[in-house]
Design a protein around this ligand. Structure first.
Ligand code: FES
Ligand code: ZN
Ligand code: ZN
Length: 336
């Protein structure tokens, strides 16, 4: 039985008697955007092959010897870890690490850390689980209470900063992120419609790194839709956290964009993939301009003080970037 969990637009369950395009056995799904019926095994292989091709097309792994996979414990990042490990030899990556930030959210964070450790163990992947409280002295819920900042924006800022710190301290060449095509498109279109912002750097398959300052960011799933990931994770039996983060909220604007994109995909299969390709061509997705180092911690900033040091100075009375960097260094050493 195939669990899809929600209404599906890019793939459809097929009836008895429909044959797999690859092996001629009973097909399980029709991949609408590829106009192909596939059995379960060939669907999973198809997803893996598409991801590998996208990585090749954008030369994502050229010169990457040390890679970090950012793992939240959700279906996207755990599926990404499985796909990368399957292609590890072809991609010629020497060292791969899993990285998870334990945010200290009651119940949810314990489950997420547990899943990440389990997935990493199964994949024989060295795993760094960093508890936020050990690094800053506070959990995410405590920081939300102190600062009164919206949870998701605070969480995003902390994750971006800490992932970057780990990548620099570990001297990693790149960080693989689990963002899939649906989220990237919605994010980019909202940014354009609301802010008039057409830089769309986060849409780029690769954000270049700067040695010693920030690792490259690889969005390897940027042409893979969410439906494919859900089905892939189910077919491969990949464990992931199914309960949503308790701070998750519905952004109505994004929900409408998402619905519109789904409708367009349903009437013209393949629409999202070609939209993604067109946007990347026309948008300015080059790396950020000149990077100024934070005067407190040396990490990248736009104004001389990074967002993390600004936040900790304002909310906790002291810019903590420098201390956090040395704590991360110690934690990495003790876990290595
Ligand atoms: Fe970041 Fe929920 S995981 S706010
Ligand atoms: Zn087949
Ligand atoms: Zn700083």
């Amino acid at each position: 039985m195939i669990y899809l969990g929600k209404k599906v637009m890019s793939i459809a369950i097929v009836g008895d008697g429909v044959r797999c395009f690859k092996c001629g056995r009973q097909a399980a799904v029709r991949v609408r955007y590829a106009r192909m019926n596939l059995c379960r095994d060939h669907f999973a292989e198809y997803v893996e092959m598409r991801v590998a091709r996208v990585a090749e097309r954008h030369n994502m792994f050229d010169g990457i010897r040390k890679l970090i996979i950012a793992l939240s414990g959700g279906k996207d990042s755990t599926s990404l870890a499985h796909i990368i490990m399957r292609h590890r030899d072809a991609f010629r990556i020497k060292e791969i690490y899993g990285l998870h930030l334990d945010l200290g959210i009651d119940g949810f964070s314990e489950e997420s850390s547990h899943v990440v450790r389990k997935v990493c163990r199964e994949l024989n992947l060295k795993c760094f689980v960093l508890p936020l409280r050990d690094l800053i002295g506070y959990s995410l819920p405590e920081l939300i209470r102190i600062s009164r900042r919206p949870p998701c924006s605070l969480c995003g800022m902390l994750k971006r900063y800490l992932i970057n710190v780990v990548s620099v301290e570990l001297d990693a060449d790149a960080v693989a992120l689990g963002h899939h095509m649906d989220d990237l498109l919605v994010f980019a279109l909202k940014d354009f419609l609301v802010q008039g912002n057409f830089r769309m750097i986060k849409l780029s398959p690769v954000t270049l790194g700067i040695k010693g300052v920030m690792a490259a960011k690889l969005r390897i799933l940027h042409e893979t839709c969410e439906d494919d990931i859900i089905l892939y994770a189910n077919i491969r039996g990949i464990e992931y956290v199914r309960s949503p983060c308790p701070y998750k909220y519905v952004d109505n604007f994004k929900a409408v964009i998402r619905e519109m994109l789904d409708k367009l995909e349903a009437s013209s299969p393949g629409f999202k993939i070609s939209l993604m390709r067109r946007l990347i061509k026309v948008a300015d997705v080059k790396a950020e301009g000149e990077v100024i180092r934070c005067k407190y911690c040396g990490m990248p900033s736009s104004s001389g003080t990074c967002s993390f040091c600004k936040f900790t100075e304002r909310s906790l009375g002291k810019p903590l970037g420098y201390d956090v960097r040395s704590r991360v260094r110690d934690l990495i050493r003790s876990l290595s």
